[in-house]
Write a protein that binds this ligand. Structure first.
Ligand code: PRT
Ligand code: MG
Length: 216
């Protein structure tokens, strides 16, 4: 029997993908939040979920270890999208990628004077392209954890991070100064799986597409 593997990350992507999977008749047998299992079965014997870090989802799908997955546009932008078909904007886990600075830092004049800025981020590609397009000279510092800490501790002048409510910025005396891109999560599909497992994969894609359109 041919099987379908879907790569999902815990947290907001898992939570917001659940109703879309349900529309495709897929219900996880366990909650990854409480189970320690990394491979989770579903009510459909031929469908299973693999629980991955958000940044790893495109890699699992690219190499065919998962046939389908869900990843944020932020993550896909950094990954590059090789080998991935991206048929649906799921309109979930939405936020904005922004440049933020400490309250009181005169970003505009620093930019006008052509100062070299230190910018901390985990989004190296998006940040590099954003500042290059504006002609702003930056030294990018790659971080893996809370970017908000970087300007507070003197590591960087500014950060590039995701913002949804703005509460994290406010709580740390930071403010957003530029929009880089609107973010939402995409369904990603392994290109070979779409051809070789079409009879299993295509109905799932269509059911999810219908559910997204109903919610729009
Ligand atoms: O937690 P982990 O290190 O494993 O990775 P992660 O934080 O990227 O995972 P997760 O599950 O939080 O995010 C998965 C995806 O959700 C991201 O790739 C985005 O596409 C999307 N998403 C949507 C967000 C947010 N909104 C978001 N607000 N991802 C992260 N945040 C963080 C942001 O980085 C900041 O620290 O939330 C904080 C800001 O939130 P507000 O509401 O205070 O503005
Ligand atoms: Mg997180």
């Amino acid at each position: 029997m041919s099987t379908v593997t879907i790569a999902l990350s815990k947290g907001r992507i898992f939570d917001e993908t659940l109703p879309l999977l349900a529309a495709a008749g897929i219900e996880p047998a366990e909650n990854p939040e409480t189970s320690r299992k990394l491979i989770i079965g579903t009510n459909r014997p031929e469908v299973r979920l693999v629980i991955v870090r958000p940044t790893d989802a495109p890699t699992y799908v690219q190499y065919g270890a998962a046939d389908l997955g869900v990843a944020g546009r932020d993550v896909l932008y950094e990954h590059g999208g090789d080998g991935l078909y991206q048929p649906i904007d799921l309109r979930i886990a939405r936020c904005k990628m922004m440049v933020a600075i400490p309250e009181g830092f005169d970003y505009e004049s620093a930019v006008r004077q052509g100062n070299r800025l230190r910018v901390a981020t985990k989004y190296m590609r998006a940040a590099r392209e954003h500042f290059a397009a504006k002609g702003v000279h930056v030294d990018l510092i790659k971080l893996y954890g809370s970017m908000e800490l970087a300007p507070l501790s003197g590591l960087a002048d500014a950060i590039v991070d995701l913002v949804s409510t703005g509460n994290t910025l406010r709580a740390n005396n930071l403010k957003a100064v530029e929009d880089i891109m609107a973010i939402s999560s995409r369904l990603i599909v392994n290109q070979a799986a779409l051809k070789l497992k079409r009879s299993l994969v295509q109905p799932i894609i269509e059911a999810i597409d219908q559910a997204v359109k109903r919610n729009a």
